[in-house]
Design a protein around this ligand. Structure first.
Ligand code: ATP
Ligand code: FE
Length: 335
């Protein structure tokens, strides 16, 4: 089975080819135009997708060393994401599927982040069902009970900002460029995580809230800068480490609660923020301390990519779960 995956939900245009769940190619074109605006500009994103999509798909097929006729089905991201961005991938996937006369398979982007764990990789253990997925990305923060490939239930989520936004907005307050998450991670490595305490917001059940966290960072920096205009420059590493430590503590506290509540101690992390080194460390510690069984994805499958769309497509293909051509992009696609 050869699946071509197409991802265009936000600001990365991506295509990948999987053969029986194994990666033959995985191409991502990251849009640089947004950097100067400090965030993704939807209108510019859809234009860049229009420019990139044909070359990216060509490259994915060429790199896979197959012909278009070898492809068994086309999997594409239907949502959630930006409408203009999703439309480009959705329309292209439909046309290509129609042109080649092969099945079309719609994929939920957040399920795909989780299913990235099932890409065939040597030396990587796959989670077994049921497991809990902590999905932490630029637009989402969810704890998902995964009972099967497509039997997933969101048992906790953010009531406002996503954890990726907490990283990126905190970074912006510190004057770091977008996306700031990876930079906070980098500076944290040499900082003291206990230097500046940030509060752990009280949110009921398994839900999260990060808008208050961002505000507390803003007030703290404003107050300190008033006393010492060079406060950020002089303490950047300690501030980053403290922010990262606090965010990871928030995530781990809820995860512990979820494990207690569900009795499931198999944990997989997914989404862009799962690239973060501190959350990875925290999980590896929890593995020893609480005898959890933790699954940490390879870096290239954490942020947006099309291999995860293709693997989701692969499992739907096995079920013959195909889409018809009346299907439309779904910016607020829930599962
Ligand atoms: P969604 O999947 O919810 O639609 P998205 O696709 O835009 O959102 P991803 O690409 O999965 O999000 O993740 C991007 C986010 O991951 C950004 O907020 C970025 O700052 C964050 N991120 C990436 N690497 C790291 C890191 N090492 N530490 C912290 N955050 C990181
Ligand atoms: Fe994503």
């Amino acid at each position: 089975i050869y699946i071509l995956g197409i991802e265009s939900s936000c600001d990365d245009t991506a295509a990948a080819v999987l053969h029986n769940g194994k990666i033959l190619s995985n191409i991502v074109a990251t849009q640089e135009v947004h950097k100067q605006y400090g965030g993704v500009v939807p209108e510019l994103a859809s234009r860049a997708h229009q420019q990139n999509i044909v070359p990216v798909i060509h490259q994915a097929i060429a790199r896979a060393n197959i012909g278009k006729k070898d492809i068994s089905a086309i999997a594409f991201t239907r949502g959630p994401g930006l409408m203009g961005s999703l439309l480009v991938g959705t329309s292209f996937a439909k046309s290509l599927s129609l042109g080649l006369g092969i099945p079309l398979i719609e994929v939920n982007h957040m399920q795909a982040h989780i299913l990235a764990h099932f890409i065939e990789e040597e030396h990587f253990k796959k989670p077994t069902f049921p497991f809990l997925a902590l999905t932490i990305s630029g637009g989402h923060t969810q704890i998902v009970k995964v009972s099967n490939y497509f039997e997933m239930e969101v048992i906790g989520e953010t009531t406002d900002d996503a954890v990726g936004e907490a990283f990126d907005k905190s970074a912006k307050i510190l004057g770091l460029p977008y996306p700031g998450g990876p930079l906070i991670d980098k500076y944290s490595k040499e900082g003291n995580p206990k230097a500046f305490p940030f509060p752990n917001p009280k949110v009921p059940d398994l839900n999260f809230s990060f808008s208050g966290f961002k505000t507390s960072v803003l007030y703290f920096i404003q107050k300190q800068t008033k006393e010492n205009p060079d406060f950020v420059a002089e303490n950047l590493k300690d501030i980053c480490a403290s922010i990262q430590f606090s965010i990871v503590r928030i995530l781990m506290d809820k995860l512990k609660k979820a494990v207690k509540q569900t009795g499931i101690n198999q944990i997989a992390i997914a989404g862009g923020v799962s690239a973060n080194s501190e959350i990875r460390n925290a999980l590896m510690e929890a593995e020893k301390k609480y005898s959890w069984n933790c699954f940490i994805p390879k870096f290239e499958y954490t942020t947006d990519n099309a291999a995860m769309i293709a693997i989701a497509g692969h499992y739907k293909y096995l079920e013959k779960d195909f889409s018809d051509y009346s299907i439309t992009a779904q910016p607020r696609y829930k599962f």
